[in-house]
Design a protein around this ligand. Sequence first.
Ligand SMILES: NC(=O)c1ccc[n+]([C@@H]2O[C@H](COP(=O)([O-])OP(=O)(O)OC[C@H]3O[C@@H](n4cnc5c(N)ncnc54)[C@H](O)[C@@H]3O)[C@@H](O)[C@H]2O)c1
Length: 322
Amino acid sequence: MTKKLRFGIVGCGVIGPFHAQAITSLPDAELVAVADIILERAQELAETFQVTPYSDFQEMLAREQLDVVDICTPSGLHRVQQETGMKMAVISQHRFDPDTVKVHELIEEQAFGRLVLGNALVPWWRSQTYYESGEWRGTWKLDGGGVLMNQSIHSIDLVQWLMGPVKSVIAYTDTLVHRMQTEDVAVAVLRFTNGALGTIAATTGAYPGTGTRVEIYGDKGSAVIEDDHLSYLHLARDDGEGVSPYGATREQRAPSSPGGPSAAQNPAALAIRSHALQIEDMMRAIRENGTPLVDGYAAKHPVEIILGIYESARTHKEVTLS
Ligand SMILES: NC(=O)c1ccc[n+]([C@@H]2O[C@H](COP(=O)([O-])OP(=O)(O)OC[C@H]3O[C@@H](n4cnc5c(N)ncnc54)[C@H](O)[C@@H]3O)[C@@H](O)[C@H]2O)c1
């Protein structure tokens, strides 16, 4: 029987319990300890999952012989993979959503033809109370940015993963609704290295908040992913006679392929599913001495796009990414 990998979590705030659930849903993973500088938070989570609580993560590392450390502390406290010999994965769980993986495979098969346009829309709501719930939220130093760096990074990652690398950006950002250092609204125009164009529009000031949308358009197909669900897919290769020179009729615009399962069927399972899939990918990398799909280098791409957007908004100039 395969030995279970021993996990410890550092940071037991909002997302820590979610990771605990994802880890414990995997048969080959074992959560053994959790740590938080606020001991009561560690104790509460430890009690739920019957593991050992620590207030000092160094002590947890020294005592628990962990195979995997799952870091759920404020973003600015994370450190990037160097020459440590350790493997690192950055959580980008939507890359593991089965519908998104399907679109990625179709793009690799050239099923969309020439890619022309890739858009990400993140019209979310976060209250002022949310930003005041942790001193790090909405700060340059520890959140690294606002709606782009915190809430939209996954959608930006998907657009660049699906469309290909971004060559340059032009953008506006502003802070219109909240008392915070960083932006709560942003729009950016992207030029991809393959010549396609794209947009990012994001805010945490859109009450009450609606779903995320990632749109991929090519001259042989279109796909729309709403949250983690493929709501529209239409490929020329599935059409008998094709569409008229003026495009599809209303009837022809019906999706040629139904989307995946709805979150309504089992919201809790779907909520942790993609995290669990990414944790499994990390376990595979450890067992096979391979590389996780989203290692530190892969995770830099959306960060570089966002930093380019900040620079463009500050300088009012197009920014070319290196
Ligand atoms: N992938 C996603 O969808 C997703 C969703 C939410 C949050 N996140 C990310 O998860 C991270 C945590 O976010 P959150 O909302 O849970 O924050 P949070 O403020 O609710 O929780 C952070 C916890 O870390 C603890 N902490 C701080 N320094 C520590 C240290 N040195 N040792 C041990 N514990 C320490 C704090 O006491 C707190 O309990 C952030 O990077 C955030 O961007 C990702």
